[in-house]
Design a protein around this ligand. Structure first.
Ligand code: UD1
Length: 422
């Protein structure tokens, strides 16, 4: 298992290109299965989760070619003959559960493993299943698998209200409905840019979808979808992560290129409240660190509110603020595995239910740390980059799931990170 050895403190200065979004690419890949001809997706990041999903898709007989040089995926479902996603692969990545919607939509039936637990507590899929039942699918659970089928080629549909709003359930319901339901309405739908891009792709393929980006999405049946060429979105969470990293050391200044500032919701305004200088152009963002970081409490919310995927990074920034603050996660109550690890680096934090209280202004000093999920792990890298001395961040395979080329990118702008075998 690899680890990172990080020498700090080091300011980050220069320009970083933003990679394609993992969370936007996965729904596009699932959508390609619904086409009657091949789909090509560009700006796909080389990440473990993408390779895992390629393998999940291949199980069905679909051909997947990844041109890694060009970051372009070509998915040809012409030979799809096996509507199943096995536990071995689904357990590696929850988003493999998108195969349920994609295969139901394509083949009218599917057998997909339930995804199981997650490092940050229970992550149910009840809304995915209830929503599919509401559109007219038969859903059964058997030996850890979901067996889904539509009773007829076309079902009348209906409506379903997501409570709470869910990105994954919105994606899965759209995938299942576009080729099968006469009329289906998703209420309290997720408004994330990832959902908007999925709807844009499916509409270009021939689907009839309205309301993407609002909380009510309406779908009318399309008999046939064809493959398309489409560009993935840049990764808004990678963008936000680097924006926070740029604010952490008083001498840092980073320009992020190839990004989509409009996809960041309210986040840039929140970062400005710390005193950071944030300037936004068409597809680039420059963040200059403040001389003193003001404490800014945040609560995670659905888009365009503060993303849960940035809360660990924000708490890490707040350890360096001039006063105390708090970070509350209202989406995932248990997503705080980074708290004891940041304490090992010298930060002062206290966890009370789903809120971490943070005492600002404590210098960090390097040591060995480890975390159990992607965003927590990147926060530890960020903390290590401003800590005095040498740190080791163990189990970086979490980072390889979601940050393309992380250590090379950060080293190019001044970090001192070496990958080593643990
Ligand atoms: C996606 C993102 C993840 C992000 C999360 C929230 C991907 C691959 N992952 O995950 O990085 O952290 O959105 O922005 O895009 N819920 C239920 N029942 C369900 C489904 C969800 O109760 O059937 C709850 C969850 O427990 C959570 C909330 O709904 O409290 C939102 O979760 P959801 O939006 O579904 O997250 P994911 O799509 O799994």
């Amino acid at each position: 298992m690899d680890k990172f050895i990080i020498d700090g403190p080091s300011p980050l200065r220069g320009t970083l290109p933003i990679s394609g979004s993992k969370n936007a690419a996965l729904p596009l890949m699932a959508a390609a299965i619904l086409g009657d001809s091949p789909t090509t997706i560009s700006l796909v990041p080389k990440l473990k989760d993408i390779y895992t999903f390629n393998n999940v898709i291949r199980v069905t007989g679909t051909t997947v070619q990844f041109d890694e040089e060009a970051n372009t995926l070509t998915i040809d479902p012409g030979n799809l003959g096996f509507a199943e996603a096995p536990y071995d692969l689904v357990r590696k990545m929850r988003a493999s559960f998108y195969m349920l919607g994609a295969l139901l939509g394509r083949a009218g039936e599917a057998k997909v493993s339930l995804p199981g637990g997650c490092a940050w507590g229970p992550r149910p899929v009840d809304l995915h299943l209830k929503g599919m039942e509401a559109m007219g699918a038969d859903i059964r659970l058997e030996k850890g698998y979901v067996l889904g089928s539509f009773p007829n080629e076309t079902v009348p549909g209906g409506e379903y209200t997501l409570s709470p709003s869910s990105v994954g359930a919105t994606v899965n319901l759209i995938l299942a409905a576009v080729r099968r339901t006469e009329h289906f309405v998703i209420r309290n739908a997720a408004k994330e840019p990832d959902v908007v891009l999925l709807c844009k792709a499916l509409s270009a393929m021939g689907a009839h979808i309205s309301g993407a980006g609002s909380d009510t999405i309406t779908i009318q049946k399309a008999n046939r979808l064809s493959g398309i060429s489409i560009s993935n979105d840049p990764d808004r969470i990678e963008t936000g992560t680097f924006m926070i990293a740029a604010a952490m050391h008083p001498e840092s200044s980073l320009t992020l290129t190839g990004t989509q500032p409009a996809h960041l919701g309210n986040f840039p305004e929140t970062l400005k409240k710390t005193g950071a200088d944030v300037s936004i152009a068409d597809d680039s963002i420059t963040v200059k660190a403040p001389s003193e970081i003001k404490p800014v409490p945040v609560e995670t919310e659905i888009y365009p509110g503060f993303p849960t995927d940035l809360q660990a990074q924000w708490a890490t920034l707040m350890t360096q603020a001039t006063g105390d603050s708090a970070v509350t996660d209202t989406i995932y109550f248990d997503r705080f595995s980074y708290v004891p690890e940041l304490k090992r680096l010298g930060a002062r934090l206290a966890l009370e239910k789903n809120t971490v209280q943070i005492q600002g202004g404590n210098g960090l000093s390097g040591t060995s740390v480890m975390s159990t999920d992607l965003r927590a792990s990147v926060s530890l890298v960020m903390a290590a980059m401003i800590a005095e001395g040498r740190s080791e961040v163990l189990r970086v395979y979490h980072l390889d799931r979601g940050y393309e080329d992380l250590e090379h990118k950060l080293n190019r702008v001044g970090a001192a990170i070496t990958r080593a075998d643990d």
